[in-house]
Each structure stands twice: as C-alpha cells, then as structure tokens.
Ligand binder design. Structure first.
Ligand SMILES: Cc1cc2nc3c(=O)[nH]c(=O)nc-3n(C[C@H](O)[C@H](O)[C@H](O)COP(=O)(O)OP(=O)(O)OC[C@H]3O[C@@H](n4cnc5c(N)ncnc54)[C@H](O)[C@@H]3O)c2cc1C
Length: 460
C-alpha cells in the first residue's frame, strides 16, 4: 500500500479544471509535472470536446475560489479586471425555492460570477506559466504502464493525435487520473487484473439548455444573480441566470425527470416562462441573444468507491469527476475537485516518501460524502429518482425542506445554509440547537404560512 517513493516526474491525465488544480499542487513537490490532454487547447477561453459542460452556467463555490486564491494569487485580479463580478452572495441573489425568495441580506459569503471558460482560461495560463509544468495537448492516454510485478504504475502509453497518431511511453513516479466522468480507469484496472471499484448511481435524467444574452440597463451597474428553482416533487423546471464578463447574462434552464429544455430558441423562452417566477423571462425577453441555445444531458449522479477496494496499483491516484460526478444543480464539482487536490498535497507533504492509496481514497471519500449527500439527497425528493438512498434520507429531507423555507425569513438560518451549500460548513451544522430552534420557529409563524400559498409570479 505505498505510493510515490520518487519525486522526479508526475503525470496528470486531463487538462480541465481538476487537472490544472492537481498539476499546480504537484509542481511544489515534483521536479517535473506533465499534464496530458486529449483535446487541442488554444490560447483563449474555450469549451472543448472533452468538457462540453463548460458551455453552461458554472457557479464557483468557496473551496474552488480559495484554491485559486491560495495557489494562483494573481488570478482573482485578472478575473475581476476581465469583467468577473464579485459580491456578497446573499445581497445580490434572488433565490426562489420552496415557495418563496430567500431573505435578501449580507451573508459574508462572497462569490465571483463569470463564465467557466474565462475562469479556466486564466487558471490555465497561470498554471502553465509555472516553470516545471508542461501541458501536452492533442495527446491521449491509452493505458497505464505497470512494473514487472504488476504492483505499481510506472507511466502511461500515449497517442499523439496531432502527429499522425504516433504512440509513445512516458515514464513517471506518480500518475493522477483527472480525466473526468468518462475516465477509463475501471476498464484499465480490469485489463491489468485488478478489480474495478463498485459504482453508485442516482438516476434523475436532468437536461440543461443554455444561452447568453446582452446585459443592459440597471443590471449593468447593479448585477444580480437569479436562481429560480423547482420545488420537488411536483415542479421539475429550474432556471439560473448569472451576470458574466463582457456585460452578458448566462441563462441555464434545466428540467428533471426527462422534462428537458429544448435547443429551439422559442421553446427555450417558453420553458423559461414556465418556471415559478417571471424574473428571468422579463429580463431576457428585452435583451439580445448572443449565442444559440446549447444543450446537455446528465442522466445520473455517479460515484466510484475506490476506498472500498482491497487492491490497487501503487503510484496511482484518481480525482475529480473521475471519482464522483454530482447533479450539477448545486455547483459543487469544481470545489469537490479542489478539496480532493488539497488532500493529495497534504498527504504528499506529510509523508515524504510514502502515502497509502487506501488512506488517500478514504480521506477523499469523506470529502465526497458531503456534496453527494446534498445533491443526491435533494434528487431523492423526487420519488422517481432511482438509486441507493443514503440512510435516513427522507427524514433529513423533511428537515432540510424546513431549512429552505426558514431562509425566506431568517438571515441566521440562511447564512448557515449558504455555508453548507458552499461546502464551508458541514451539513450537521444545520442541526445545531440555535439553528434547529430558528428553523422550527420560522416554520410555525404566520408569515411563513403566506409563503406556503401558491407561488405568485413576480416582476422586479
Ligand atoms: C451542465 C453542468 C453544469 C455544471 N455546473 C457546475 C457549477 O456550477 N459549479 C461547479 O463547480 N461544477 C459544475 N459542474 C461540474 C464541473 O463541470 C465538473 O465537476 C468539473 O469540470 C470536473 O473537472 P474534472 O477536471 O474532474 O473533469 P472534466 O472537466 O470533465 O475534464 C476531464 C478532462 O480530461 C480529458 N481527458 C479525458 N480522457 C482523456 C485521456 N484518455 N487522455 C487525456 N485527456 C483525457 C478531457 O478532454 C477533459 O479535458 C457542472 C457540470 C455540468 C454537466
């Protein structure tokens, strides 16, 4: 159960956000770090074939922001200079959920709104400017190289897609798989005589459709975030609209249980008009669309339980969507990957020569439990969701529904919930006596009952 006794060369498979974060962390510990990315990568904000989700609205929760601030200190300023917007999340967000809007107030939780492609571009520029990091684009990793005893990974076999599909072997002391949801690791493990990890799924069939628009008028100086969310089990349609760089809005509509928004421009608008409030429709119907509508399907949240394996090759780690990919509605993917990278760095720093793959996956599994509980838990509010329900989920969901409703009135509960959703406070913190008491009180007052009435369409 050993890992990395040498620190000469580390290979990162995948050059998306998780691969960039991993390479940044490893650059402090290895002489050379090579990121191997299958797609061509251009010097511009772009969405690549291997990460089509980047065309859709991405919220950046606090752990991902912190990772950037702590490891790539110039990036935040570049993002803000380039038009990203920073503000207190509670002050600028119109979040409609469970029959009402959250109380508008400062929460002390600051967020930046921008496109995923712009964020990743600045992160990529900063990471690849580090002297000992090399990005090999248009190169796919086809399989792992094993040592003579088939116990340790010693490199990867690659194909140079830009160079007549030439194949080569690249040796390394550590290989980190950050190749996303489509990671071939289970297949590779099987082909090397290892058992693949057990998989957990929560099938929910969500469809996304996204379009960007001009942002004019009062929202140029006072941009707001709109999150108009379906309340399960009867509503299935959600739409989020964030202000992004370039004086634009990005609008992502999503529908659960196969109620997919369409790529047709008129049908997209009709979908946005059909959600519980008119806030977003009233704005975008007066703005100019800047792109076509693009769509994405997300059939299920999926988790691979590497921590339960008995055998696993040394000198190999798996991180990010390759391990767990959650229903994106809560925007946790990039922060989950940042937290897993922090564990990897922490363990490599603490144990000069040896880290155990088992302890690594056990620690990252604890990190994943938390967003998994939030995302999968919320999905199970729909009786049609299929999968293994976490223990006591119905009971937890009944309480969290009360927390949702309490945020309509109570800034203290809202702040605590915002911290949980931002992965900076543990979900159990919602059970603290002072929060529990406020949640129960907020759900019994007369003012709350007003919010239980059928949703009124509102105009800002
Ligand atoms: C619609 C949608 C909206 C989302 N919204 C949010 C959000 O608001 N906030 C948030 O934090 N997260 C969000 N996510 C999740 C987020 O996009 C992912 O969690 C994040 O991109 C995961 O990063 P990753 O690096 O692990 O994998 P990916 O981003 O999937 O990248 C994997 C990379 O590996 C490369 N690759 C694959 N195979 C190989 C190979 N064999 N050789 C070389 N390279 C390879 C691919 O080309 C790709 O570049 C959303 C996801 C979806 C689907």
């Amino acid at each position: 159960m050993t890992q990395t006794s040498n620190r000469e060369h580390a290979i990162v498979i995948g050059g998306s956000i998780g691969g960039l974060f991993a390479a940044r962390a490893l650059s402090d510990l290895f002489t050379q770090v090579t990121i191997i990315e299958r797609d061509p990568v251009n010097d511009q904000p772009e969405s690549r074939k291997g990460q089509p989700q980047t065309r859709h609205l991405h919220g950046i929760l606090i752990p991902a922001q912190k990772f950037i601030d702590n490891n790539l200190p110039d990036v935040r300023e570049k993002l803000l200079d380039g038009g990203a917007l920073e503000n207190d999340w509670g002050k600028v967000t119109r979040w409609h959920h469970f029959g009402g809007y959250s109380y508008e107030c400062e929460l002390g939780v600051r967020g930046i709104a921008l496109s995923r492609t712009f964020m990743e571009y600045e992160v990529r520029k900063a990471v690849t400017s580090i002297e000992n990091i090399q990005l090999m684009a248009e190169t796919s990793v086809d399989s792992l190289v094993m040592n003579d005893t088939n116990t340790s990974v010693s490199g990867v076999h690659v194909t140079y897609r830009a160079k007549d599909h030439t194949q080569e072997t690249i040796l390394a002391d550590l290989v980190v798989d950050v190749s996303g949801r489509g990671s071939p690791m289970p297949k590779w493990l099987n082909s090397m005589g290892y058992t693949a990890p057990e998989e957990q799924h929560v099938k929910i069939n969500v469809g996304y459709a996204t379009r960007t628009y001009t942002r004019t008028g009062k929202y140029l100086d006072e941009p707001k975030i709109f999150m108009i969310q379906a309340t399960p089990p009867h509503q299935t349609r959600t739409t989020f609209m964030f202000p992004i760089e370039g004086d634009r809005w990005i609008v992502t509509a999503s529908g659960y249980l196969g109620d997919y928004p369409s790529a047709d421009a008129n049908e997209f608008l009709e979908f946005v008009q059909s959600i519980p409030t008119d806030d977003i429709y009233n704005i975008i119907s007066k703005e100019q669309p800047l792109t076509n509508v693009v769509t994405h399907r997300f059939p299920s949240s999926r988790r691979r339980r590497y921590e339960k394996l008995d055998h696993f090759p040394n000198n190999l780690l798996v991180i990010g969507d390759a391990v767990a990919s959650f229903n994106p509605i809560y925007g946790q993917g990039m922060s989950s990957v940042a937290l897993q990278v922090n564990v990897m760095k922490d363990m490599l720093e603490q144990h000069d020569n040896i880290i155990s793959w088992k302890s690594f996956f056990q620690r990252t599994s604890k990190i994943i439990d938390w967003p998994w509980q939030v995302a999968a838990g919320e999905d199970f509010r729909y009786p049609q969701a299929e999968g293994e329900m976490p223990p006591a989920m119905n009971l937890i969901n009944a309480y969290i529904a009360k927390v949702h409703r309490a945020t309509h009135h109570d800034p203290v509960v809202f702040k605590q919930f915002a911290e949980v959703l931002n992965l900076i406070a543990h979900p159990m913190s919602l059970m603290k006596p002072n929060i529990l008491w406020r949640v129960l009180l907020a759900n019994t007052t007369k003012s709350t009952e007003i919010n239980y009435m059928p949703v009124q369409k509102t105009t800002l």
